[in-house]
Design a protein around this ligand. Structure first.
Ligand code: ZN
Length: 457
């Protein structure tokens, strides 16, 4: 027994010694994230003390003040804000909707889509025509669509392992449904919520009237998945049924708002900048703990972890909490504009905007050489069950960012439950698991560390 213990002690000592600096650093990052991080309590404050942070709202401003104050406690070299004008759309009194068959009324849950106009004060009552996409709408033409409410009811495909793919294949009917239906004389649109689950939550999200003249704008709302199934079923039995919707939203003048930036100045190459961020605005229906409170606090956590471990980055590291991702992306555009004006050189940008679930890997925008470089780090991530390194979209806020040479990455957590919450009233703090959130932060800090150490090719 004694020999065995002695052997184990010696063997462990050997292993420790054999660990490379990088293995040790990643181990420390994950250790600290799981034992000493503040991201979960920051998210608690953002969600439960401040709440929903739609662009241009008073609570969005409280969010800005809060994250700025927290960043100021971390001993960074600079903390500052960037002014940005943002749209200010307000939902107003909660929407009502029902369908009517032979004077029998059945209420269904709807919510206005972001940017929609209101119905008139009495509400809107019209017949419904169900379609499964923009192509089908166009095939029907004016004759079948004029005067009706168009009901877009194409469900998200259930058989993609990556649920964002199903979202991408479905979201056109939410984003452009109203502008297209209006061209055929529709009086309103409702769209099946972007949700893989059957439930009673309508999911909002951005929609656009495109180039339509203002007088052609029509009210547009999302209906819950259960409501959509019920309506579809009733329409099969009675295609003359009437649908009623009342919405009270309003678009106000743009409002002055801010991106929040915290910076550790690089110890060797201060002019090479690496961004890590999320977006501070949320939709108005809930506190947006998954979208994207989680991403904000994870980005903040990366620099806290570096500080805790006394790691001095070679390059400048900037945490950026972007404003207005959900409703036009003005914060991301402003960041890029200022970066260009200041002749800044960004070499790496990392965003977390896919929820606070268990991290699985990264979606990467890079040329072959730099992508292969990341693949070369795969084994370092294996102990933490991070295995998925794929080429693909990184993040909306860092999308506008350009530099002579830049690598971009998005944290990819497990996506199976993300669309249960996305843009809905249940996107709340209690849907985020503390350990999963912390593991995501450590995973981001690890990639940031590796790019800081080895640069880009
Ligand atoms: Zn988001």
């Amino acid at each position: 027994m004694k020999t065995k213990v002695a052997f184990l002690v010696a063997f462990n000592a050997f292993l420790t010694h054999a660990q490379t600096t990088d293995e040790k650093m990643l181990k420390d990052l994950y250790h600290n994230a799981l034992t000493q991080a503040h991201c979960y309590s920051w998210l608690d404050d953002l969600s439960n003390k401040i709440g929903a942070r739609p662009s241009g709202s008073a609570s969005a401003q409280k969010g800005i003040d809060y994250v700025k104050a927290q960043l100021e406690t971390l001993g960074l070299d600079k903390v500052y804000v960037q002014e940005v004008m943002v749209p200010h759309w307000v939902r107003g009194e909660k929407e009502t909707a029902y369908f009517k068959v032979n004077d029998k009324i059945t209420l269904v849950p709807i919510c206005a889509l972001g940017g929609s106009v209101a119905t008139d004060k009495k509400g809107l009552l019209a017949q419904v025509i169900e379609v499964h996409g923009l192509t089908e709408l166009k095939q029907l033409g004016v004759e079948k669509v004029k005067g009706k409410i168009v009901f877009f009811n194409r469900p998200m495909e259930p058989d993609n392992i990556e649920s964002f793919k199903s979202y991408g294949n479905c979201v056109d009917q939410r984003f452009a449904g109203a502008q297209e239906a209006a061209k055929f004389g529709a009086v309103g649109t409702i769209v099946r919520s972007m949700n893989l689950r059957l439930d009673d939550f309508p999911h909002t999200g951005m929609q656009s009237y495109g180039d339509l003249p203002k007088e052609q704008y029509i009210p547009t709302a999302a209906i819950s998945t259960k409501g959509a199934d019920l309506l579809s079923q009733q329409l099969k039995a009675n295609n003359q049924l009437q649908f009623y919707m009342k919405m009270n939203c309003h678009q106000f003048e743009d409002v002055l708002s801010y991106n929040v930036v915290g910076e550790i100045t690089g110890s060797q190459d201060p002019n090479k900048i690496m961004v890590v961020g999320g977006h501070l605005d949320s939709w108005d229906l809930a506190d947006g703990a998954q979208d994207d409170g989680a991403g904000c606090v994870q980005a903040m956590e990366t620099v806290e972890l570096f500080k805790q471990l006394h790691y001095k980055p070679k390059n400048t590291i900037r945490v950026v909490l972007f404003m207005n991702e959900e409703f036009g992306g003005r914060g991301g555009n402003k960041y890029e504009e200022l970066s260009k004006n200041n002749n800044e050189n960004h070499i790496f940008a990392l965003e977390s905007d896919s929820g606070g679930f268990s991290p699985r890997g990264f979606s990467i925008e890079a040329d072959e050489a730099n992508f292969n470089k990341v693949i070369g780090w795969k084994t370092l991530f294996e102990p933490y069950l991070i295995h998925s390194f794929v080429k693909g979209h990184s993040g909306s806020d860092i999308e506008p960012l350009t530099s002579a040479k830049i690598v971009k990455a998005g944290l990819k957590p497990d996506s199976q439950r993300y669309f249960d919450y996305h843009h809905a009233a249940n996107d709340r703090f209690d849907s985020v698991n503390k350990r999963e959130l912390e593991l995501g932060a450590a995973t981001m800090a690890s990639l940031l560390y590796l790019f800081d150490q080895y640069g880009i090719d």
